[in-house]
Design a protein. Structure first.
Length: 555
């Protein structure tokens, strides 16, 4: 951790608090079992047509936004969070060191500026997540409150936090105003409110060092030199680069082909404005990983090479940047450098113990090296920091599925649909869990729902329905294989996906043939070789064992 630097072990004086420009503080000194398919599943299975909304996608890793301009808010929020801890929780279960930052409202009247309000919100969350011992709810959960007027007491109950930060952003020309209030989630009292004043956009950077000391004083933290530098560091001094980065993250989070392309352009712009912008390199690395998983025409080999190069550049520029290590862990894992992925994701947690994305990335890294129980424990830590996140809930179910804990997986995945009935990957995972419990009608219904949500044509869905009705799951997989081979003739299609279809059909030689092709393509899908129950029959084959060794899954 490095040598100890400034140590703060005293209460802040009123003079010290007043060092924080533009802030006023109000401190209160008070103390599943086998079951028949549901009616919904029966309707899906036998419906001649399915008309559903466009797919909502997810990814194993998502880049976080570091906000240089909102450490001021971070400092004050942490200060109040510390003050709040002297008041015991009435239930004894809510962590006193806990906060939810609600999405800042865009008051510009122009939706084109949503990138700024979203970016500052995520920046604030990222900054607070660096404070050890402070529970900070992650973006996936707080953004469920976007556009809603909610009572802080409701948020406190739903997210199990002691304080709630709410506010707004207004940008006009080169000036910006960020208004915020911090309220007690116990009784709704306002504990702190910012002064309303317009600031030059560049002034956001100038307050960072001044706020950092107030954070340390307010929390009575003993900070190492490294930790103090991490809290006060600036990723860029360039306003144009910063705004381009926020736009890139905004479009990256859309998880669509068009959104990814726009994200790539803005990341490039940010790096052009500031060639030493580590955060932009980390974001660009995540773009390359997402392109592999979310666009059908992205061969993995070249994309992985670029993902690793940009992530390494980010770490080279700033080794204390959490997002850089998350990006490198993701790139290493997808490139089969499994133990490097474990080390990098563990480093990300060390840097930001409150980051759900760091725990999320570490969970999959542990899964890839066969440490399944630890992986499940880690994904549940991520979920605690992001309790309303559909991504986290889905991935808890997915890891339970890979652990062959099918009843638990089914229970976890069903909770996803309570908040988002259109989560196609959750439908697919639920179908897998049902199938491995021999609940074939329920499984087929979930597969068809996932296909519809993923934009498959009605003709394709009807063909799959017919195949299942005629020949059961064997007919279903045979039709899936035929459709996949047709797509492969027209352009790049995952060879590992085709290999899995052959394995499900019991065609061992063809499955291994396509897995060898996937190896030549450097397909990240090969990471699932040990997890997929459909491949269990291949484990004794010397060709399969050779593939495991070459990909690093076994020594």
């Amino acid at each position: 951790m490095g040598p100890l630097a400034e140590v703060c072990e005293f209460e802040p004086s009123s003079a010290e608090i007043e060092q924080v420009r533009g802030v006023k503080i109000v401190v209160e000194e008070e103390e599943i079992e086998n079951a028949a398919p549901t009616p919904r599943e029966v309707a899906i299975l036998h419906s001649p047509t399915l008309t559903l909304s466009a797919p909502k996608l997810m990814v194993r890793t998502k880049a976080l936004v570091i906000g240089m301009g909102v450490v001021a808010l971070a400092g004050i929020a942490v200060l109040i969070a510390y003050r709040a801890r002297i008041r015991p929780s009435p239930t004894g279960t809510t962590p006193p060191h806990s906060i939810a930052v609600l999405p800042l409202r865009n008051l510009t009247g122009d939706a084109a500026n949503d990138y700024l309000s979203d970016g500052i919100t995520e920046s604030l969350i990222a900054a607070l997540s660096k404070v050890e011992g402070l529970k900070v709810i992650s973006p996936g959960s707080v953004f469920t409150y976007r556009g809603r007027q909610v009572d802080p007491r409701q948020v406190g109950r739903e997210l199990n936090v002691a304080t709630v930060l709410d506010g707004s952003v207004r940008k006009s020309g080169e000036t910006v105003r960020v208004d915020a209030t911090l309220a007690s989630a116990e009784d709704g009292r306002v504990l702190w409110a910012s002064d309303s004043s317009d600031r030059a956009f560049g002034d956001i950077f100038a307050v960072q060092e001044n706020i950092a000391r107030n954070v340390a004083v307010g929390l009575m933290l003993s900070l190492s030199g490294e930790a103090f530098q991490r809290l006060t560091s600036r990723s860029t001094e360039n306003n144009e680069a910063y705004q381009a980065y926020l736009k890139a993250e905004y479009f990256l989070n859309k998880r669509s082909p068009d959104g990814l392309q726009q994200a790539r352009e803005y990341f490039d712009q940010a790096i052009k404005e500031d060639p030493q912008y580590a955060l932009a390199y980390a974001g660009l690395s995540q773009y390359y990983i997402m392109a592999i998983w979310f666009t059908a025409n992205t061969p993995p080999l070249e994309a992985l090479e670029k993902a690793k190069a940009t992530a390494r550049k980010a770490v080279e520029i700033d080794d204390a940047l959490t997002e850089a290590h998350i990006a490198l862990a993701s790139a290493d894992g997808n490139d089969w450098d499994l133990w490097d992925s474990v080390r990098e994701s563990a480093r990300a947690i060390e840097l930001s113990p409150g980051s759900s994305e760091a725990h999320h990335t570490h969970a999959y890294a542990l899964l890839d090296v066969g440490r399944t129980d630890e992986a499940i424990a880690e994904i549940k830590k991520a979920q605690q920091l992001d309790p309303l996140s559909i991504v986290m809930s889905t991935d808890v179910g997915e890891l339970l599925l890979y652990a062959r804990r099918y009843d638990e997986a089914i229970a976890a995945l069903k909770t996803v649909f309570e908040r988002d009935p259109g989560r196609q990957n959750a439908n697919w995972d639920l179908g897998e869990a049902y199938r491995h419990k021999s609940m074939f009608d329920a499984a087929a219904a979930e597969y068809l729902q996932a296909k519809a949500l993923n934009g498959e044509s009605q003709d394709t869905i009807a063909a799959l329905q017919s195949a299942y009705a005629t020949s059961g799951m064997q007919g279903f997989w045979q039709k899936e294989l035929e459709l996949a081979l047709e797509k492969a003739k027209r352009g790049y299609f995952s060879s590992f996906t085709i290999a899995r279809f052959y394995a499900r059909l019991g065609e061992r030689d063809r499955a291994l043939e396509w897995m060898e092709k996937a190896y030549r393509e450097h397909s990240p899908g090969l990471l699932y070789m040990l997890h997929d129950p459909d491949l269990d029959e291949l484990h004794s084959d010397p060709r399969f064992l050779d593939l495991l060794r070459r990909t690093g899954l076994v020594s």
